[in-house]
Ligand binder design. Structure first.
Ligand code: URA
Length: 247
């Protein structure tokens, strides 16, 4: 992991200030505080959740509620702390009553996430749940189908592994999902030990917000991930883990 340059640190701080003052979608009117994200500005591992919940909205920090506690325990299971990774969300402002993010909100917020990724340059982005996974894969396949399968992607001009896992909030009260989440999590060190993926994976344009809503985890509160519907397209990652020689 190369240390963040002074220019990157300045750009990240400016981005943070921009998010805190953002009025690009209507959520600014109902939020208490925006939640830009936090962590190591040069982290190899970035987590992307769905949106701030009640506690995050109050504190202006990501994953500080029950789901955050679970995320921290999972990090400990692989020898990491939250200070050693970067934690962000698809939406930087809380949707009222933790409702699902709307496509226009995701589209308005997406450039912030892409800019964060361009500055942090992680080796692995771990998407938590459906909304983050669909946004970053550009594929409507739900988390139930694609969890635990690393995909090589190019995002914001940077080649990295995308690793979708269940959202901790969804796993909190669903023991089978929690077991799977723990198993998927334990494979992260192996992925982090890989060399960066080769260039040539499909780049995701900034405004390529996948249509349709599937199973999702509520922000800041626990909830079930509904069953994957037959209408959902099968996973079509740019490269399968077998092709990548992983797992
Ligand atoms: N759930 C999320 O998706 N993000 C948070 O920051 C907290 C809970």
């Amino acid at each position: 992991m190369a240390p963040a340059t002074e220019a990157d640190l300045v750009a990240l701080a400016a981005l943070c200030a921009e998010v805190e003052a953002c009025t690009l979608c209507d959520l600014y009117a109902t939020r208490t505080r925006a939640v830009p994200g936090e962590g190591d500005p040069a982290a190899d591992l970035v987590f992307v959740g769905e949106a701030p919940g009640y506690h995050e909205d109050q504190q202006g920090r990501p994953f500080v509620g029950q789901a955050g506690k679970l995320l921290e325990q999972l990090l400990v299971s692989i020898g990491l702390t939250r200070q050693q990774v970067f934690i962000a969300n698809v939406l930087k402002s809380r949707p009222p009553n933790n409702r699902d993010p709307r496509p226009e909100e995701i589209a308005a917020c997406q450039p912030y996430l892409w800019r964060q990724i361009a500055l942090i340059k992680p080796k692995v982005i771990c998407t938590l749940g459906n909304h983050a996974t669909k946004l970053l894969t550009g594929n409507p396949a739900g988390i139930t189908r694609v969890h635990g399968r690393p995909q090589a992607i190019e995002i914001a001009g940077h080649n990295l592994y995308l690793y979708p896992i269940f959202h901790p909030a969804a796993a909190l009260y669903t023991p089978a999902m929690l077991t799977t989440l723990k198993e998927d999590f334990l494979r992260l060190p192996e992925l982090l030990a890989q060399a960066a993926p080769p260039a040539g994976a499909a780049a995701l344009p900034v405004h390529d917000v996948p249509a349709g809503d599937g199973p999702s985890a509520p922000a800041g509160a626990a909830g079930d991930v509904p069953a994957v519907t037959p209408a959902e397209a099968p996973a079509a990652p740019p490269a399968k883990p077998e092709q990548l020689g992983l797992f």
